[in-house]
Design a protein around this ligand. Structure first.
Ligand SMILES: [Zn+2]
Length: 275
């Protein structure tokens, strides 16, 4: 971790502390992902020294822009948001936001499966129920302050973030409909349309750019991978979209992005840059 922090010396004190916290958190929850992310951060900084991030008051939003800057809201951005935005950065620096050819046909085939909407809707409902229970357990003050150091129920806190990631993936599949209106589908030819609650997500305006569907799925997979609860929650996604589709996203994240980023963890290079 020291190597990473040394490389990111151009960050402000607050940002550097935040990065340290995110890596310490990751070290505790998932040692393999911790190693992979440390290597990735080193590799990105060596090949793209302009990669930097800021914590600021930006109205609850977070974003990565293609000049290499990442913005996180200092009041509400949890580590899960950091790993989500880092997922975008990895995808961009890894292969310039490439979207695999087969992605759209996979989406079309899921869309034509009459069971998909029923499954997604029931998962959104289950996630909402779980989130309510967690919110009750944790209390409003903790959730508003996101004060990780003073939270004893870290695992529950992370679970809430993770539910947001899952709903975000479902919303991406529905190109924002799930967030803006709720999932709707015709249950059968005699009954009315089944309507789901509005989920977390980006909404329909954001998905007028179709490329964002894949980009958001990959960013959320990154965040889920870093959550330490991936194995527990991945069956929810598999239920919605099938094991094959989830495996396809995972492989893309791992093989195309993580393994593909140039690995130059040579300490001499790091020292050169850290002056
Ligand atoms: Zn995103």
């Amino acid at each position: 971790m020291e190597e990473v922090l040394q490389l990111y010396k151009d960050l402000g004190d607050e940002e550097l502390n935040y990065l340290k916290g995110a890596l310490l958190y990751l070290k505790n929850v998932n040692i393999n992902e911790y190693k992979a992310i440390c290597e990735t951060l080193i590799s990105i900084k060596l090949s793209h020294p302009e990669f930097i991030f800021y914590l600021d008051d930006i109205g609850g939003k977070a974003k990565f822009i293609q000049t290499g800057e990442m913005f996180l809201d200092k009041n509400i951005s949890s580590y899960s948001v950091f790993f989500h935005e880092l997922g975008h950065a990895m995808h961009y620096f890894g292969n310039g936001y490439t979207i695999p050819n087969e992605f759209n046909s996979r989406i079309t085939s899921l869309e034509s499966d009459s069971k998909t909407s029923e499954r997604c809707l029931s998962i959104i409902q289950a996630l909402k129920k779980r989130k309510k229970e967690l919110e009750k357990e944790l209390g409003k003050i903790i959730l508003e302050k996101q004060d990780l150091e003073n939270i004893t129920q870290i695992s529950e806190f992370i679970e809430i973030q993770l539910i947001t990631n899952l709903e975000d993936i479902i919303d991406a599949f529905y190109k924002g409909e799930s967030h803006s209106r709720g999932i709707r589908y015709e249950k059968d030819m005699f009954t009315n349309v089944e309507k789901g609650p509005k989920s977390e997500g980006h909404g329909i305006d954001y998905y007028s750019n179709n490329a964002n569907v894949f980009l958001e799925m990959i960013a959320n997979i990154t965040s889920l991978k870093c959550s330490g609860l991936y194995e527990r929650y991945i069956p929810y996604l598999e239920y919605c979209f099938g094991e094959e589709f989830v495996e396809f996203l995972e492989n893309y994240y791992k093989i195309i992005i993580l393994d593909n980023l140039p690995k130059k963890t040579n300490i001499e290079n790091i020292n050169k840059l850290a002056i």
